[in-house]
Ligand binder design. Structure first.
Ligand code: MSP
Length: 520
């Protein structure tokens, strides 16, 4: 595969990052890192969505300018992603000057084409969604179902985008591309929404919303926040109606937009209509993930259960984000809702990362030192049932990633860890050594270490720091591309030095982990 371009939704900066935002960025980072192991040219875009009525109101309540407020909160998103090792290639802010300029040009292009027109309108606006809702979207009490707030009645003369002109083409595209919306079962919901679509309002009167990008040559109107926000996927890589950058030409169309299920309509209907109007190729996939609950309860400010991802790292004294990344990325089957709970977090990462995976590497390396002084003899190397299992796991993991089944791929990796642990127990290298069957003992240990190299590569997207520590101890090249990954990673000769063997991850509640933290 040549290139891979992946994006996340850009987060509203009217608050600080929570575990739901983090879930999406972790999933995307895992996808991105996996594809860096398969492609030469990869790009990962994330950022913040900074315009709109919500920011305008919240910053006014705080008595600071919207820009100051955005600067402060955008930084807290960047800081959080740094702590979680989210390795994005670019962080776009919709208040970036370059983005604002190109959004104005995009708007103008659609006006010139006749796909945007002016129209007087009265509608129900939910500032939580930053969207007009129709009566049938509301609950029986007339509330927005997502934000449990009564939308405001807004009467304005706005610009409208002729979405209905593209309705049939969008339906056809979804029907003829079964892997366009992922998981594919979500397509039915989008096709139902398409039945009822109307043209959409794409501007707000400046007298009602001042914190937005002005429409060129019209002082009365500002560009609707969703048009501004969705355009980030192309402006960030250099799209320009007057001539796009080489980066844009190399990367577009995007391989996958990773978004939450709540904003699928904006991506699979509105955005697709706009791209069609701009005569641009369409995204290859839109992957809608589920939502994260806390202890099985929806997160909300009023319930006071909004959790920050960095506070989890702090409260467990974690120096690397890998356990949280692994836990979140494997918390829900593809597209379904997941849950965070402290106890479950601790239990799962202790079991998978410390007990199963970490211990396996540690005791195998220790045995290689004890019985062979860290040396691998040529006769130890070869293929067998276990290494075949590893090769099958590589294929299965790649297949899951093709469908953005991140938790499912993670499960396959842990299954391979379990199979390898069983192989060690069944073959009991310590007994073989005691019996003096050193040839067989060496073969068993080498088979396990070969498979550990495969596990190191496969776990890397979830746990980059742990994988690095594993590859160091195995003298294994973590840059190996998955297509070249076989079970012949080890060379005969000296593999390790005794000083280098250490647990790659300590149980979160172990005395050793506590001690290590106290020393530092
Ligand atoms: N700004 C818009 C997106 C514009 S994309 C061109 C937005 N922002 S948001 O801050 O409300 O949400 C950002 C992303 O976080 C969305 O994909 C949303 O689904 C996701 N999540 C917000 N809360 C979440 C959970 N509790 N769980 C999982 N994801 C959640 O929408």
């Amino acid at each position: 595969m040549g290139k891979f371009y992946v994006t996340t939704a850009i987060d509203y900066v009217n608050g600080v990052p929570h575990i739901g935002h983090a879930y999406e960025k972790i999933l995307t980072d895992v996808i991105y890192r996996h594809y860096t192991q398969r492609c030469e040219n990869t790009f990962f875009l994330t950022g913040t969505d900074e315009h709109g009525i919500k920011i305008q109101k919240t910053s006014a309540e705080k008595g600071i300018s919207p820009k100051e407020f955005c600067d402060m909160n955008a930084q807290s998103f960047k800081d959080a992603w740094k702590k979680l090792d989210i390795g994005y290639s670019k962080f776009i802010r919709t208040t970036d000057e370059e983005h604002e300029k190109v959004v104005q040009k995009i708007f103008q292009k659609l006006l010139d084409k006749g796909d945007i027109y002016k129209h007087a309108y009265t509608g129900l606006y939910c500032s939580g969604c930053e969207a007009f809702l129709s009566e049938k979207d509301l609950t029986e009490d007339g509330l927005c179902p997502d934000h449990q707030k009564k939308p405001e009645v807004v009467s304005e003369e706005n610009y409208f985008f002729k979405l209905t002109k593209y309705k049939d083409a969008i339906i056809k595209h979804i029907q003829t591309h079964p892997d366009f919306i992922m998981p594919s079962w979500r397509a039915t919901e989008v096709l139902n929404q398409l039945e009822h679509i109307e043209d959409i309002s794409v501007s707000r009167s400046k007298s009602n919303v001042s914190w937005n990008i002005p429409v060129l040559n019209d002082d009365e109107q500002g560009i609707y926040v969703w048009i501004d926000a969705l355009s980030n996927y192309i402006t960030a890589i250099g799209y320009d109606p007057d001539g796009s950058s080489d980066l844009f030409k190399a990367l577009w169309p995007v391989d996958v937009h990773v978004i939450g299920k709540d904003i699928l309509k904006f991506h699979s209907i509105y955005w697709i209509g706009i791209l069609m109007a701009l005569d641009l190729p369409l995204p290859k996939h839109i992957f809608a993930h589920g939502w994260i609950t806390i202890d099985q309860t929806k997160m909300s400010k009023s319930l006071g259960n909004v959790i920050s991802p960095t506070s989890i790292l702090e409260s467990f004294n974690l120096e690397i984000p890998d356990p949280l990344r692994y836990y979140m990325a494997t918390s829900a089957p593809c597209g379904k809702d997941g849950n965070y709970s402290d106890d479950d977090f601790k239990e799962k990462v202790n079991a998978h990362l410390a007990n199963s995976m970490g211990n396996l590497l540690n005791r195998t390396l220790s045995m290689l030192v004890k019985y062979f002084d860290g040396d691998i003899k040529p006769g130890f190397l070869g293929k067998n049932e276990l290494t075949e299992q590893a090769v099958n796991t590589i294929k299965a993991v790649k297949h899951h990633f093709d469908y953005f089944e991140i938790a499912e791929a993670g499960q396959k990796i842990i299954e391979l860890v379990d199979i390898t642990n069983k192989y060690v127990t069944d073959n009991a290298p310590w007994t073989l050594a005691k019996e003096g069957n050193m040839e067989r003992c060496g073969v068993v240990l080498t088979n396990v270490l070969e498979v550990m190299c495969v596990i190191t590569s496969l776990i890397y997207p979830y746990c980059p720091n742990i994988a690095r520590s594993m590859s160091d101890q195995l003298s294994y090249n973590l840059d190996t591309k998955l297509d070249n990954l076989t079970c012949s990673n080890l060379k005969s000769g000296h593999l390790i030095d005794k000083e280098n063997i250490k647990p790659v991850f300590l149980r979160m509640d172990s005395e050793l982990a506590d001690k290590a933290q106290k020393i530092k």
